[in-house]
Design a protein around this ligand. Sequence first.
Ligand code: FES
Ligand code: FE2
Length: 366
Amino acid sequence: MTSLAHEFYFSEEILTSEQKHFQFQNVFLGHSSFVNKSQNYFVLPHTNDTKFLIHDGQNIEVLPNICKHRYATMLKGKGSCHKIVCPIHSWSYDLNGNIVNPTGIECESSTHSLEKESIDIYDGFIFPENSSALKNALKAAKKFTDIDFEKLNFFAHERFFVKVNWKSYMDTFLDNYHLEAYHPNFRTFLDSRYIESIFKDDFSVQAIHLREKPQIKTPALQAYLDCYNKYIGKFPEDYGAVWLCIYPNIIIEISQCFALVAIVVPESIDSCSIYEYRLVEEQFTQHQDFLKAFEKYMYEIEYEDHDLMTKIHQGRKVLYQQGNKHYGPYHPTKEAGQEQFHDYIRRIISGSSNNFHPVKTKVLSY
Ligand code: FES
Ligand SMILES: [Fe+2]
């Protein structure tokens, strides 16, 4: 079995097909902590600011952020409001999206109100009704982590622009073969030789242990551990990290009391945006030094990964341009997650070029 054909990363036709088949921006719709008080709103950046969460006093709702008059986007960022007012001609809506009749122009509640999205909330995570992958992945992750998803608190959002195909970003996340070679901390702290995995048709969960005698290689990791020690105590000895991939483009990384949610959205055939939402168990939200230390530790790994995926992108592009069809094999265990993801892509994208292999549901431990 060899990896995805080069055209998957460079063919405009395949990108068009992906955009038709995949709901890149609409599977993750936020977390209840984004709007934890009545009248709070939060515009979701990964939807291009076209959707927002609102706490109407009782429930959390997802509403379109597009005005029913001339379609302007209305709210920005996050905040609190008792009604939604469009900045262009001041049409306004109540917290349930119902239009408040503007004077001097005819409009009807049924056609000019904002339609609520049908949503489900599981452990604080919000997603469209009848879409089960995110929920099932969170359930499966509980085998490896006792983090309380519902009690997580949002503390930061950041957007990155990366000049690689969106699948190259996902591939890097799902490649456990590079860990020791490329990340100093994985050589001595996290043990990439023993990763437990759950593979399903539409998601995967992988859990990595700590080394038996962990050693710290970088100042960023040391600073994170010092803060952990200061606020929580002894560093847990079991799982160093738990990684969830909800196909096609949602990544959730759980490290101790932190969860990092990344939505990978293609911008063009060879660029993508990463929308990162950072959450922490609520009792630590005020400890700025702890949050900063965690972010620094994560940035270090992200920079290393960025460098790696750029190199792979560069080389693959040359082979694609030359029409060279050399495709390397998968490592049977350390690249199993990537292989599952590629199977999913092949299965969904019709007209795909190299071999089609149906995904099997399996649990691996190695
Ligand atoms: S575009 Fe919103 S009120 Fe006109
Ligand atoms: Fe990496």
